[in-house]
Design a protein around this ligand. Structure first.
Ligand SMILES: NC(=O)c1ccc[n+]([C@@H]2O[C@H](COP(=O)([O-])OP(=O)(O)OC[C@H]3O[C@@H](n4cnc5c(N)ncnc54)[C@H](OP(=O)(O)O)[C@@H]3O)[C@@H](O)[C@H]2O)c1
Length: 316
């Protein structure tokens, strides 16, 4: 049998890359092995991967030489940056540029770049329907990823731009789940109007990425959008009500009100929800559920995700 091909995984200790590593491990005859890239091989998450036999390589996206070494000999590379750790669009773009240079130098055959829309193609900076952030962005954590695609195009390395969706885990880790309103009723406060939100279980992003590696590299680039379900605020509230055994009401706040919530990234996320709401036809077409489920039949619905995770959603 041919040697298994190595998929080098950035973010292997996190949600997206972790899902990919799990998908590779779950298919030992699939012809691929995972190489987990981490800044800290001694972390609990890295050690847990080492314990199940995953190769661990230390590298930092900000250190190009370490990245080139980490990609050396790999057939594929899953590439993701973590905007929310740095909260700095320019740094995230610089990280993407480093990654593209490193995959080129290492001769990687198929890259998946975890991308998102550059919303400025829909809402130019001159458009005042939403504030411009940091002088150059509408939705910084989206725009940076979309803008960075050109580095991969220019690299010539066959690259799939994977257009991910809102993780339902944001209800656990990002405070975007239901919270008690003034009368104690749980309110799911999102600025979605009556539009649907393409959402996904984070682990299903990696599972899709695995199938994309199995399908093979594009000649130059391609673009694949994914989602687990498209749900309105009302529908999510109904599912939450069933799963939590407590009434949850959708509270369709305005994007302005959401931006004023004041937590770090509130403006960015307020603009994101406004983009998702106002361009719902594009968004739902570009993040199709049926194609995602056809690629990965284990794709979870929101109800299935809630059955496993509802008790992890903080309700205070
Ligand atoms: N939340 C959502 O709904 C959503 C939806 C779509 C896209 N996204 C995007 O997803 C990205 C985050 O991905 P995630 O949720 O999978 O991350 P995560 O679970 O928060 O984990 C972050 C991962 O990034 C790695 N990492 C961070 N900085 C690094 C560096 N300098 N060098 C090497 N590795 C580094 C970490 O590895 P070590 O700590 O082990 O080094 C860790 O594995 C963000 O950019 C966000 O915009 C989020």
């Amino acid at each position: 049998m041919a040697e298994p091909r190595i998929i080098a995984v950035l973010g292997a200790t996190g949600s997206q890359g972790g899902g990919l590593v799990r998908a590779i491990l779950a298919d030992p005859e699939g012809g691929f092995v995972a190489r987990a890239i981490t800044r800290d091989p001694s972390s609990d998450a890295a050690r847990a991967l080492a314990d199940v036999g995953v190769e661990i390589v230390q590298a930092d996206i900000t250190d190009i030489d370490s990245l080139i070494a980490a990609f050396d000999g790999a057939y594929g590379a899953y590439c993701v940056t973590n905007y929310w750790e740095i909260l700095d669009p320019e740094q995230e773009i610089a990280q993407a540029a480093n990654i593209a240079r490193a995959v080129t130098a290492a001769g990687v055959k198929h890259v998946i770049w975890s991308s998102l829309e550059d919303t400025r193609n829909w809402v130019p900076l001159t458009d005042e329907r939403m504030p411009t952030i940091a002088g150059k962005y509408k939705v910084p954590h989206y725009d940076t990823k979309g803008e960075s695609e050109h580095y991969f195009v220019e690299s010539g390395v066959p690259t799939t731009f994977l257009m991910t969706s809102f993780y339902w885990e944001n209800m656990i880790y990002f405070g975007l789940g239901p919270h008690p309103g003034p009368d104690g009723t749980l309110l799911l406060s999102l600025p979605l109007g009556s539009a649907v939100l393409p959402g996904i279980a984070a682990v299903d992003i990696g599972a899709n990425a695995y199938e994309i590696f199995r399908e093979g590299a594009p000649k130059t680039t391609d673009r694949i959008g994914i989602a687990g379900e498209h749900l309105t605020g009302e529908q999510m509230a109904e599912s939450l009500t069933r799963a939590l055994g407590r009434p949850v009401r959708y509270n369709g706040v305005s994007a302005d009100a959401f931006r004023a919530f004041g937590f770090p990234g509130a403006e960015d996320l307020g603009n994101m929800f406004q983009f998702l709401q106002e361009f719902t036809d594009y968004v739902t077409t570009a993040h199709p559920v049926a194609a995602t489920a056809a690629r990965h039949p284990g794709l979870m619905t929101f109800d299935e995700w809630l059955a496993q995770n509802a008790n992890r959603i903080p309700l205070d």
